[in-house]
Design a protein around this ligand. Structure first.
Ligand code: ADP
Ligand code: MG
Length: 684
C-alpha cells in the first residue's frame, strides 16, 4: 500500500518520459491514475468458433496453433510472422507485422485465446496483430470486459491499462469514502474500493453497472452538498442596505419601457438589496430578453446609495461592449465608469486600479481580472457577472468569501431546466425573464442536408449583396481524426468559403488565437469590414452585430440544442429579417429529431427541457459549459434518476448535519473543500 499522493513515477514502467505523457492527461499521482476513467469498454467475454467469425467484426476465439510460426523478411522495415490456428470448425490465419519475437512465442499444438478484427472471406479468415494469451491464462486481454482509456500520443492502451492496474493494487482500497455509511445503505451503493476496481476492470456487466452508478451518484452528491453549503453560507451573510427610491430617475432616462418581466426581476433584486441580507440572485433570460437593463438598474442603485459596483464579463470583447453600452445608459445620470481587462497595459491597469481604490469610479466593468487581480475597491456593494456559466463555482465561492460580502447578481442566457438549475445554481435565488421586448422577430430556422449547400451558398450571396453579414460556425479548430474527417474545421471551412466566394471578405476567429488577434477580427466584423465570419463557438456569448442576419452552423449535430439556441441568438439583433441554417452532419435520426426542435420553437426554456428529455443530463455535465468543477462520469449519464436521488440524499445529510461536522460526514466535508479549491478556468 502506498499513500494516494505518491508520485506516479513510483509505478513500474513509469520513468521521466512516461510521467510527462501522463501529466498531459492530468495524471500526477497514484490517486489520479485510479480516478482516470475508461471512456468505453470492449466486451471480450464471448468466445466464438472459427466457423462463426464474421469478417469486419472484432471477436475472441480460442484456437490451436497448427504449425510453427514462420518469419518472413519482406523488405527493410517489414517483417511478418505468420501461422495457422485451428479448431474443429475451421482455420484462421494469424499475422503479426514487425513483431518478430512472436515467432517463438507460440507452441505448435497448444491453444491460445486471440482477440482482434476478423478479415478475409469465406473459408479464408485472417486476423492481423491480435491480442493473445495462452488458453490456461485467459482473463487478462481476453475473456473479460476490457477498459478503453482516452490516450495521448506516445502512450498506448496496453501500458496505460497496466499502470492503472498497478495504481489500483497500490491504493485502490485507500480511496476516500465520500459517501456516509447511512447514505450508502439507504441508496444501496457499493463501497468505494469495489467501485474503483470495477469501473476499471469489471468482473461482469452487472458489476460495471453497480460501480458506475455509485461513482456517478458520488459526483453528484458531493456537488449537491457543496451547493447546499454555499447556499447556507450566503443566506447567513448580512449585506449593505441599498435604497431603491432613486430608481424613477433611471426608468425615465431609459429610451424604452421595460417589459413586465424586466420590472419583476428588478423588483426582486431590489427586495434583496434593501433587505439587509446579501443578495445572491440569478437572472435567467433568453438572449435579447434585456438582462443588461436589470443589471444596470442594480448598478445605478448601488452607485446612488454611495457604493461601487463591479460588472464582470467572461470575455474581453464582451467587457468592452458592456463598458460602452452601460456607459451610454448611465453616464448621463452621473455615474463614473472604469474599464479593467487583461489586455490593458500595466500602466493603464495600475491607473485604473488607483481610481477604483480612491472611489473615483462608480461602476467597474471588466473580465475576471477583477477577481484574480485582487482589485481593492473603496466601497464595493454589488458584483454583477454576465453569462455566468463561464465562471466556475469556485470563482463564485471566492466572490462570496470576499471580505466586503457584496451583493451578487448573476446573469445567464443559458436556460437551464429547473431540475438542473438546482445543482448548478444551488445557492442562488432565481428570477426568470420570460418575455421578450416588443417587436422582437422570430428567427426562421432550417435544418438541411448537405445536398442543400449550393442553395445555401446562393442565399449567402444574396444576403451579402444586400449589405448584410453572415456567421458560419464550425465545431472545432483543426481537422481531428478522433471525430472523423467529415467534421468541418473552422480553418478548413474558411478556406473553402474563400474559394466559393472569391469576391467576398471572409474572416476567421477561433479559441486558439491570441486574444488580441481575436479581438481585431471581431472588431472588423462589427465594423462591417467582413462579409462572412467563420468561427468556433467563441462567438457564442453576447456579441452584438445587428447587421448580421444569417447564422449557418456546420455539423449542427455536434452541438447541444441549448448551445445552438445561443448561437442563433447572435442574429436577429437588428431590424432585418434573420435566419438560422443548421447543416445536419452525420448524426442520423435522433440528431434530426433534435434539430427539428430548433426549427419549431424560439423559446430557450422549451428547448433546454427538450434537450434534457432527448439526451439526458449527461451532455450537459459533459459539455464543460456549466462552470462546474469537472464531473467525469456524470457526463455519460442518460437519465435523471441518479441525479434526483443524489440531490435528495445531499439534502437529507445537510438537514441532519448542516455544518457537516459529524465524524461520518468528515470525508464529505473534505471533498467539498477540494471542489471549491480547484479554480476551474473554463473560458474559451
Ligand atoms: P440580453 O438579455 O441578451 O443581455 P440585452 O440586455 O443585451 O439582452 O438587450 C438586447 C437589446 O434589447 C438591447 O439592444 C437593449 O437595448 C434592448 N432592450 C432591452 N430591453 C428592452 C425593452 N424593454 N424594450 C425595447 N428594447 C429593449
Ligand atoms: Mg447580455
Amino acid at each position: 500500500m502506498k499513500p494516494l499522493d505518491t508520485d506516479v513515477r513510483y509505478i513500474k514502467g513509469v520513468g521521466e518520459a512516461k510521467a510527462k505523457l501522463l501529466a498531459r492527461l492530468e495524471i500526477h499521482t497514484l490517486a489520479d491514475l485510479v480516478r482516470y476513467f475508461p471512456r468505453a469498454y470492449e466486451d471480450r467475454t464471448v468466445f466464438l468458433r472459427i466457423g462463426e467469425l464474421m469478417p469486419g467484426e472484432n471477436a475472441c476465439v480460442v484456437a490451436m496453433v497448427a504449425a510453427a510460426p514462420r518469419l518472413t523478411h519482406i523488405r527493410k522495415g517489414l517483417d511478418i510472422v505468420r501461422f495457422k490456428a485451428v479448431d474443429e470448425t475451421g482455420a484462421l490465419e494469424i499475422t503479426y507485422f514487425n513483431q518478430s519475437y512472436r515467432k517463438d512465442a507460440f507452441q505448435p499444438g497448444q491453444s491460445y485465446a486471440f482477440y482482434g478484427k476478423v478479415e478475409g472471406s469465406g473459408q479464408r479468415k485472417t486476423m492481423a496483430n491480435p491480442q493473445c494469451e495462452p488458453e490456461e491464462r485467459i482473463g487478462a486481454v481476453t475473456g473479460r470486459i476490457v477498459p478503453i482509456y482516452p490516450l495521448t500520443a506516445g502512450l498506448n492502451q496496453r501500458s496505460l491499462t497496466a499502470f492503472i492496474r498497478q495504481g489500483l493494487d497500490e491504493c485502490g482500497s485507500l480511496m476516500p469514502e465520500a459517501l456516509p455509511e447511512s447514505v450508502r445503505r439507504q441508496y444501496q451503493l457499493c463501497d468505494v474500493a469495489f467501485a474503483y476496481e470495477n469501473i476499471h476492470f469489471p468482473k461482469d456487466e452487472g458489476s460495471l453497472e453497480i460501480a458506475r452508478r455509485r461513482l456517478i451518484f458520488e459526483e453528484l452528491f458531493v456537488l449537491s452538498a457543496a451547493m447546499g453549503r454555499l447556499r447556507r453560507a450566503v443566506t447567513e451573510k448580512t449585506g449593505k442596505r441599498l435604497d431603491p427610491a432613486c430608481l424613477e430617475a433611471f426608468y425615465s432616462a431609459l429610451p424604452y419601457h421595460l417589459t413586465g418581466a424586466q420590472r419583476r426581476a428588478i423588483e426582486e433584486a431590489m427586495g434583496d438589496m434593501s433587505s439587509g441580507r446579501v443578495m445572491s440572485r440569478l437572472i435567467q433570460g433568453d438572449v435579447g430578453s434585456g438582462k443588461t437593463a436589470v443589471a444596470a438598474a442594480c448598478c445605478f442603485v448601488a452607485a446612488k446609495s454611495g457604493y461601487q459596483a463591479a460588472f464582470m464579463a467572461p470575455t474581453e470583447i464582451l467587457a468592452r461592449q458592456h463598458y460602452q453600452s452601460l456607459g451610454q445608459m448611465l453616464e448621463p445620470l452621473g455615474l463614473r465608469f472604469e474599464l479593467l481587462t487583461g489586455s490593458m497595459t500595466a500602466k493603464q491597469r495600475r491607473e485604473a486600479k488607483e481610481r477604483i481604490a480612491l472611489g473615483m469610479a462608480d461602476v467597474v466593468v471588466g473580465t475576471h481580472a477583477l477577481i484574480s487581480e485582487a482589485v481593492a475597491f473603496d466601497r464595493l456593494a454589488l458584483v454583477v457577472t454576465d453569462e455566468q456559466h463561464r465562471f466556475g463555482v469556485a470563482q463564485r465561492a471566492a466572490l462570496t468569501e470576499k471580505g466586503e460580502s457584496p451583493h451578487v447578481l448573476v446573469m445567464s442566457a443559458t436556460p437551464i431546466p429547473r431540475t438542473l438549475a438546482l445543482i448548478i445554481y444551488g445557492e442562488l435565488d432565481v428570477s426568470i425573464i420570460d418575455e421578450m421586448p416588443p417587436g422582437r422577430q422570430t428567427i426562421d430556422t432550417f435544418a438541411v442536408a448537405e445536398s442543400m449547400r449550393p442553395r445555401i451558398n446562393n442565399f449567402i450571396r444574396k444576403l451579402v449583396s444586400e449589405g448584410r453579414q453572415v456567421y458560419v460556425v464550425c465545431p472545432m479548430v483543426e481537422e481531428n481524426d478522433a471525430l472523423g474527417g467529415d467534421v468541418k474545421s473552422a480553418q478548413e471551412h474558411a478556406k473553402e468559403l474563400e474559394q466559393t466566394f472569391p469576391d467576398l471578405r471572409v474572416g476567421l476567429v477561433h479559441g486558439k488565437m491570441k486574444p488580441k488577434a481575436k479581438q481585431e477580427v471581431m472588431a472588423a466584423f462589427v465594423a462591417g469590414q467582413l462579409d462572412i465570419l467563420v468561427a468556433t463557438t467563441v462567438i457564442e456569448v453576447g456579441v452584438d452585430v445587428p447587421n448580421a442576419v444569417l447564422m449557418v452552423v456546420e455539423n449542427a449535430d455536434r452541438f447541444g440544442l441549448s448551445q445552438l439556441h445561443q448561437l442563433r441568438g447572435r442574429v436577429g439583433r437588428g431590424k432585418h429579417k434573420s435566419y438560422c441554417v443548421l447543416f445536419e452532419g452525420g448524426g442520423g435520426e435522433t440528431a434530426r429529431a433534435r434539430l427539428k426542435v430548433m426549427c419549431q420553437t424560439n423559446d430557450g426554456f422549451k428547448i433546454s427541457e427538450q434537450d434534457l428529455e432527448l439526451r439526458g443530463p449527461g451532455d450537459f455535465f459533459g459539455s464543460r459549459q456549466h462552470g462546474l468543477p469537472q464531473v467525469q462520469l456524470a457526463g455519460a449519464m442518460s437519465n435523471m434518476e441518479v441525479l434526483k436521488l443524489a440531490q435528495q440524499a445531499a439534502g437529507e445529510v445537510l438537514e441532519r448535519d448542516p455544518t457537516l461536522s459529524l465524524p461520518e460526514n468528515k470525508k464529505l466535508a473534505d471533498q467539498i473543500e477540494v471542489l471549491f479549491s480547484k479554480s476551474e478556468n473554463s473560458f474559451n
